[in-house]
Design a protein around this ligand. Structure first.
Ligand code: ADE
Length: 189
């Protein structure tokens, strides 16, 4: 369940009984978002992973795939709950990643283009397998599009997309398994 607080400098969400008051943060001159940051928040991450694992119980998937950085604890926790391995798509190439695959994405939080890399060893682990894409927030869909592109290149089949929150146009994300929805907050100049 979600509601807007009366002072509207925060937006409250309740994830499986864990409530958080998300601060509104201006990301563009005319737009603010309610920022969800699970880094360091073990209680919320656990509550979300437990709930998502339940919602994904009937879905067939071999591997959890997420993108750096804020959703890594969620992927780890879901891995523990589901007994499946997880892999992380990286934002910077390191030589140990070998013949990595890459694709471009645009981040709403930074406004800048970013490249996502799939490590060669992870590529081998998901080739021909069923994957669940996991993110903390599915917002513009650009990270999701980049993850989808990498999965296609790696010949992995996406059988689920799961997130703690969808954001913005709810109807756009009807196929995403999500626990809450965040509105966008237009600002007048
Ligand atoms: N509301 C939000 N909180 C954190 N990260 C985000 N990325 C996109 N929308 C976000």
């Amino acid at each position: 369940m979600t509601h807007t607080d009366s002072h509207s400098s925060t937006y409250s969400i309740n994830i499986n009984g864990v409530q958080r008051h998300l601060p509104l943060f201006k990301v563009q001159p005319d737009l603010a978002i309610a920022v969800l940051n699970i880094l360091g928040d073990t209680e919320l991450t656990e509550a979300a992973a437990h709930a998502l694992n339940g919602r994904m119980a009937d879905i067939s998937y071999d591997v959890i795939v997420t993108a750096e950085a804020k959703s890594i604890p969620l992927a780890y926790a879901l891995s523990v709950h589901s007994g499946r391995p997880y892999i992380v798509l990286r934002k910077n190439y390191k030589s140990y990643m070998g013949e990595a695959l890459s694709t471009e994405t645009l981040s709403i939080t930074t406004g800048k283009p970013q490249t996502l890399y799939l490590d060669a060893k992870d590529r081998a682990a998901i080739s021909g397998r069923q994957v669940a894409l996991v993110d903390d927030v599915v917002s513009t869909g650009s990270t999701l599009a980049a993850m989808r592109a990498l999965m296609a290149q790696a010949e992995a089949e996406i059988t689920a997309v799961a997130a703690i929150c969808t954001e913005g146009d709810m109807a756009q994300w009807s196929e995403v398994i999500a626990l809450a929805h965040l509105p966008l907050f237009p600002l007048s100049a």
